[in-house]
Design a protein around this ligand. Structure first.
Ligand code: AP5
Length: 217
């Protein structure tokens, strides 16, 4: 199965992608996670994207597309889940061109939907493992031991872009960019919607049902 997970910040893209990785053994690539790792290493890429990511603004299309196309072509996978990419129509077209060259066309773009008030609540309580990237939530998805990751025992931290004013900026940018992106996949008859409300397990079950229905897994 080769899919992209779309949805506003906080929709649950990262959480669903991680379940696809652990339960369905699908390779998972997240632009946000790649950028945060590069920022932590203070690499040239990390320094270029740092201000965009912490400020909640989009990294320019040409740079994001180059990073992702390099990752996809340097070690091509027959199956993958992309999370956080593409985020604009330009990125989607760049991805399609790269996948055509690899003869690995996309099966679908899965859009996770949720009301905005819920997105704000989720993002404002999010905790992320600084070692493995697993997501928790201070109220709704608590770790067994406070501040410690259940999976790898890494330290949990709040993301710098999860301050309320940055969350609002990210949501506003998403409102502008998502319409043309969704229209792009709609035109290709490749757009599928999954209700993102409820527990993450419930959302994952809905997504997995879609994958089965479409014959992707
Ligand atoms: P990125 O890391 O991709 O952030 P985002 O798109 O804003 O998405 P989030 O990770 O905030 O949300 P999510 O949908 O993955 O939700 P999650 O599962 O974490 O990107 C960060 C930055 O990098 C961008 O702002 C930009 O600067 C840059 N960037 C990245 N890609 C780019 C691109 N393609 N182009 C340009 N720039 C790019 O869940 C959120 C929280 O809610 C968690 O705490 C989770 O535990 C909780 N939660 C989720 N679902 C549920 C549920 N069903 N029930 C209970 N809790 C839930």
């Amino acid at each position: 199965m080769r899919i992209v997970l779309l949805g506003p910040p906080g929709a649950g893209k990262g959480s669903v992608a991680l379940l696809c990785k652990t339960r369905l053994r699908l390779p998972h690539l997240s632009t946000g996670q790649i950028f945060r790792e590069e920022m932590a290493k203070r690499s040239p890429l990390g320094r270029r994207v740092g201000a965009y990511v912490t400020g909640g603004r989009l990294v320019p299309d040409a740079l994001v597309t180059r990073v992702m196309v390099n990752r996809l072509t340097s070690k091509p996978h027959r199956a993958f889940v992309l999370d956080g990419f593409p985020r604009t129509q330009g990125q989607a077209a760049g991805l399609d061109r790269a996948l055509e060259r690899l003869r690995l066309p996309l099966h679908g773009a899965v859009y996770i939907t949720s009301p905005e008030a819920l997105l704000v609540r989720r993002l404002s309580g999010r905790l992320v493992c600084s070692t493995c990237g697993a997501n928790y939530h201070a109220r709704t998805m608590r770790p067994k031991r406070p501040g410690v990751c259940d999976r790898c025992h890494g330290a949990l931290a709040t993301r710098k872009d999860d301050r309320i004013e940055t969350i609002r900026r990210r949501l506003a940018i998403d409102r502008r960019t998502s319409k043309p992106l969704l229209a792009y996949y709609q035109r290709r008859k490749a757009l599928y919607r999954v209700d993102g409300r409820g527990r993450i397990e419930t959302v994952f079950v809905r997504a997995r049902r879609l994958f089965h229905r479409q014959g992707w897994i």
